[in-house]
Design a protein around this ligand. Structure first.
Ligand SMILES: [Zn+2]
Length: 321
């Protein structure tokens, strides 16, 4: 059984971070970049305009931008909840984002060894997902294709895999997380592809469940009813963040892919999963260049390899715990 911790119960002071990290405040309070530099033993600096700030430490590079909730951490885009505030040359990061986004990534949480992964090929049967007829692309077929490739790669590394579907069949969303729970899986990864009316929309994004009280990335600061609920998967908040970061980091390494970032979304397949879980959107079928690349089998193998590498990078932390 995976050892999950409730976010609030996690010790925030760790070996790699110094100073008084404090408790997460209930209201959005902002901390100067210079104070975060002190807490993380790094150096704060600004680009000429003063609207882009950086923290630079031994193993740490954070870039943030005024009025944006997207942080670039060691080259990976990660969305927080509150846009960076303050004035040019005096940026301030919200205490929530510091604790919920940056601290868990700067100091990896306790992670159990990965023995069994639940791979969830999105859609299936009467639910085809997105389609681009001109390229012959159908999301339900592509997700199963990636899932099978990923299964082969993980099994070569000695990791057992459970697939929520092995054929073109309809599986209710709740049954997908139940498959992970009933088989005591150590990780759950749901595979999808994106589509948009705007053909210039492209890139890869990874989703994890928002923390309790945190809205989905698309709504940023507007907290609504469901945002206040605690879901079983919230026990894995810190592990989810680290898993999402590892997956997005490896997916972004694929040549020509745009990093759309690690985001938060209350997807049904994530809510009830008892192990760390992420949902990956492996590209836009509707994007001119990306759609063409997805048609190519070798490109899909690269996606599967990146997912395998991300899972193994996440699992490698277990041996260091
Ligand atoms: Zn989908």
């Amino acid at each position: 059984m995976f050892h999950c911790l409730h976010f609030a119960a996690l010790p925030l002071c760790t070996a790699t971070l110094v100073g008084n990290l404090g408790a997460i405040p209930t209201r959005c309070t902002a901390i100067p970049l210079s104070e975060l530099a002190r807490r993380s033993e790094s150096v704060a600096s600004y680009e000429e305009s003063g609207n882009v700030g950086r923290l630079q430490g031994k193993n740490l590079q954070v870039k943030c931008r005024h009025n944006s909730a997207c942080y670039c951490l060691n080259g990976v885009n990660i969305y927080g909840q509150c846009p960076v505030s303050g004035s040019a040359g005096h940026l301030r990061v919200s205490e929530q984002d510091w604790h919920r986004v940056l601290v868990p990534l700067l100091s990896p949480p306790p992670i159990a060894p990965i023995r069994c992964v639940c791979i969830d090929p999105g859609h299936g049967g009467s639910d085809p997902g997105s389609r681009v007829a001109s390229l012959g692309l159908e999301e339900k077929k592509l997700t199963l294709d990636i899932a099978r490739r990923l299964q082969t790669l993980l099994e070569m590394r000695g990791i057992r895999c459970i697939l929520t579907r092995k054929t073109d069949e309809f599986i209710p969303l709740k049954n997908r997380s139940m498959a992970a729970n009933h088989n005591n899986c150590d990780l759950f990864v749901s595979i999808h592809f994106n589509a948009a009316d705007n053909i210039s929309a492209e890139g890869i994004e990874t989703y994890i469940l928002p923390c309790q009280g945190m809205p989905s990335t698309s709504r940023l600061q507007n907290v609504s009813g469901k945002d206040r609920e605690f879901f079983p998967n919230n026990r894995c908040d810190e592990q989810n963040l680290y898993l999402g970061y590892c997956l997005q980091k490896e997916l972004h390494r694929i040549p020509m892919t745009k990093d759309r970032g690690l985001r938060r979304g209350r997807f049904v397949v994530l809510e009830s999963t008892q192990c760390p879980a992420a949902l990956v959107e492996c590209g836009f079928l509707t994007a001119k260049g990306e759609g063409q690349r997805i048609v190519n089998e070798r490109y899909r193998q690269e996606i599967a390899q990146a997912l395998c590498d991300g899972i193994c990078a996440y699992g490698s932390i277990a041996s260091r715990n």
